[in-house]
Design a protein around this ligand. Sequence first.
Ligand code: GDP
Ligand code: ZN
Length: 362
Amino acid sequence: MTEPLALSQYGWNDSVADRFARNAAELQPARVLSERRGSYALVTADGEIDGSVSGRFRYDAMSAEDFPAVGDWVGVELGEAGASAIIRAVLPRQTQFARPARGDLPGARVVAANVDVVLVVSGLDHDFNLRRLERFMTLAWSSGAEPVIVLNKADLCEDVAGRLADVASIAPGVPIRVLSARDGTGIESLTPLLESGKTIALLGSSGVGKSTLVNALLGWDRQLTKDVREDDARGRHTTTNRELLVMPSGALLIDNPGIRSVGVWDADEGLDDAFADVQAFAAECRFNDCTHASEPGCAVRAAIARGDLAAERLASQQHLAREWAALARRVDPNARANERARWKAIHKSVRNHMKQKYEAGA
Ligand code: GDP
Ligand code: ZN
């Protein structure tokens, strides 16, 4: 298959081409730039076009997760010139950020797909909070994307070295960058991460400086431009409404309200990575299901007693695990998805049965 030129700018590479060939070879490839109430802005090898999912796709969808999201690679059918594209397939995702869905479908709603590098942003001001950073690291790990910690607002911090040591202690092995997004100091330390074709996203509490960093990385004021354009009420999908943007470096940036508000969701796998230090000790506990409370032979409590592990690390991990379990019980995507799949199968077989009956009788 020849490489679609316009798409290489949007991250098309051998791995995507391979997934495409195996899942949607008969369709045209496209990447989702934004989504608004079921209408998608897409980029194909020929340029940008609006699109929506086919009726068949909607019918077959069993979970909110099946629907295309910003960053997804999809297989489309292009209609007559000027007509919008029909999305028929979503390629398997390499990474994803999701949140509980609101609509009638069970499962999580994906808010960003195929993010390669996630910048976990924290402010070095009075809001700095290690426990909150652990929470975002858990989310970052559970997405599958490669996390990098960005400590912003260095200009407001008296003891950067101390903070760096604290952060390193809760995120062993994770790269950390210190910068000041507002005046641009240290921003160049991100350059090696912003490779052409790589997809980047930012995670972090409100107020840590994500918008400021986004503007610095893009080289233009996204929010300002967006407000002006929206006041103009020009078209549904103006360029500034795109949630997947090409940076001057050639890297791609996903920024949307959804990813800005993802919570601890489906983070069980992320927990093991975010708390790899706790897990390493836990592997040495005498009992496999040790809760590190009062069991004999608990290697985690021993590590805390020796000073090799901070008690707060264990407390954070347990807190996040409980929170996740409560959410999972409330939403239980698998149980509900299975239920829906079962009903669909029943409806389908009834329909086929009726069809056969009437066709035979006709
Ligand atoms: P967001 O909510 O994460 O998007 O945060 P914003 O980008 O809106 O920033 C929140 C506030 O922090 C704004 O007043 C910014 O001007 C300020 N800010 C962002 N980066 C820096 C920085 O590096 N240093 C200082 N002193 N303030 C910053
Ligand atoms: Zn234990």
